[in-house]
Design a protein around this ligand. Structure first.
Ligand code: URA
Length: 182
């Protein structure tokens, strides 16, 4: 399947009840030849309204880290586990994640990034391992087939708890080094 067909399918998806309350299905944004892919959890209000991932407060904070380490947002690909917004930003339900995962798997297959960075615990538990502990294991790199995967703090967690920001900067610097940008 090609990218356009996949995106069309995703935008017409009604596999779970979130399709009934969405404004936009937010497929993803960025370079389809990216070496690096970020995977968040699910949309917030701004993403649902604009159709673009990570554009609200958390997204702006993510952008500031990318700027700080010299990674250009246009060179990476950004997607989420869920393509629709859960009501009141509640955690994605297991059945919603399972319904949506085939879209992400197909995105990864088409983009074939070298590095996948999960943003936050929910994405890490889904993509790296079910018992992932973000406080202990953020910034650790795991080899999974042809990918190197890691999880960093979710930018929303950094907004709630600024004491985590230094760790995020360290993780981002290590990522930029991997990408050969620093
Ligand atoms: N939080 C996420 O996990 N994803 C977004 O796109 C925005 C906020």
């Amino acid at each position: 399947m090609d990218f356009e067909t996949l995106e069309e399918m995703c935008k017409g998806c009604s596999k779970c009840s979130l399709s009934a309350t969405r404004t936009n299905c937010v497929f993803g944004v960025g370079s389809r030849t990216a070496k690096l892919m970020f995977v968040g959890e699910a949309l917030g209000e701004h993403e649902d309204l604009t159709g673009i991932p990570f554009v609200g407060r958390a997204g702006k904070l993510l952008d500031s880290y990318l700027d700080a380490v010299g990674i250009c947002r246009d060179d990476v690909y950004i997607a989420n586990i869920l393509k629709c917004r859960p009501p009141k930003n509640r955690d994605p339900l297991p059945e919603e994640q399972d319904a949506c995962m085939p879209y992400l798997r197909e995105q990864v297959r088409l983009i074939r990034p070298r590095y996948i960075v999960c943003l936050g615990r929910i994405a890490a538990m889904k993509l790296i391992k079910p018992d992932f502990k973000i406080t202990r294991e953020h910034g650790i790199w795991y080899t999974r087939g042809s990918f190197e995967m890691s999880a960093f703090y979710h930018p929303s967690a950094l907004l709630r708890d600024p004491s985590k920001r230094e760790a995020m900067l360290d993780d981002m610097k290590a990522l930029a080094e991997k990408l050969g940008k620093v």
